[in-house]
Design a protein around this ligand. Sequence first.
Ligand code: FRU
Length: 483
Amino acid sequence: MSNPLASDLNALRQVVEKSARHGRYAQTFHLVPPVGWLNDPNGLCQLGDTYHAFFQYSPFSAEGGVKMWGHSTSSDMVRWSYEGTALYPDQPVDVGGVYSGSAYVEDGVMHVFYTGNVKHEDEDGYDYVNTGREANTIYVTSTDGVNFGPKKLVMGNADYPGDDTEHVRDPKVWRDGDTYYMVQGARKKDDTGEVLVFSSPNLVNWELCNRITSNTRFGYMWECPDYFELPDTGEFARHEVVQVLSVSPQGLHGGDWDRRNVYQSGYFVLLGDVTSICTLFPFALWDAGFDFYAPQTFQTDDGRRILIGWMGMPDEKSYTNLTVRDGWQHCFTVPREVSAKNGRVLQWPVRELESYRTNEQRVSDTLVAKDMRAFDLLVDGIDANEPLTIVLANQLELTWRDRRFEMRFTDEDMESVGAGRKSRFEFLDELRNVRVVCDVSSVEVFVNDGELTFSSRYYPVAYGIDVMAPGAEISLWDLEAEA
Ligand code: FRU
């Protein structure tokens, strides 16, 4: 490492990682930072037989700090090994942080694009929205995810539309025919969020080809955009593929938004051509739980579309994570297979997780279990006219009543199982099945084959599962993924 800033950051990172311990809330099959803070999934891809996941990483504080790209690998998306840090903020074009981005793989080469964040010294009273900030689009390649070539600046503020603010970021790249495409999230000067679409013949020269926003203003900034197409498998499918534009909008207020998270992540089904003329269907949430933001997808070599989210929430002051006292905060969701059926987008934990199931129990109507810390619970064949209750760790209630599915912590104290979390709910026409995938300090709920999910961190004192589901079939497995 020839750059002295990068080599010192590397040395310091290794020092803090050496003394790190995850403590009582250590996860067993969720990707976590070795120490400090993690946010967005970045550069998700498969190279040969290995899955690579990079993450926004601030090793020096559990409350965040300067961003670099941590790197983990896996052969099955369940057991992850930390490999070190891939990209440091060590150049004038990214010195304020190696922000989020993606990896596009072609012929064994990872083509990585990310935002080099720069914040200028505040001598002129910058607001860092319209002034004082650089959002540099940087391109770098690697054949192993460990060693990277030189950083190449391919776009800067002057290359983005003049009516955008200096908030443009999070490039996601794909290829269609002979052309490469890139989406970036942006905040316009009139405080509306939008997605910029660029095209390139060679990954180096990029040209703006489309700007996408909703008919009516939908928040002030759209972060972490992603675009992909899913074959529709349903017998009532109206289109061969469902086109999905995923965004994480900030600034949604009023109506139902006030009872939800500070920021949202969801998708618009899109009709038309993402690179020229298209229209957006109404926004749908990826996840209605407390901790889910900035998801990214990639395609595996066997053709599956995999989504991983950040199981955390920025700028949320009303609840916390009890792992901070052990020097770390946040994790990724379990990787989820995304598919479409009859126009609906579904999420389901990667099938590889099922090979870690052991000690199967199968019962009807009710189930009580104790001391299971990592488990997979499936409640199927639900009678939607009957109320249903699942209680985890005595304090987290999942209920179905009056067409409403709710995730609620019964104790709202900052030191309780929910660490300040209260209630999240959505209205559904029916309830057919519920799957709950729990690790030591996380809960992911998949409702109706994954039409809706609820993700949350939780901090049990005593582990326990109580299911009351009259008429339903209940299956429960331990998940033994710990090495
Ligand atoms: C989303 C985000 C991205 C940005 C990154 C910085 O959580 O704000 O827009 O690139 O985090 O860590």
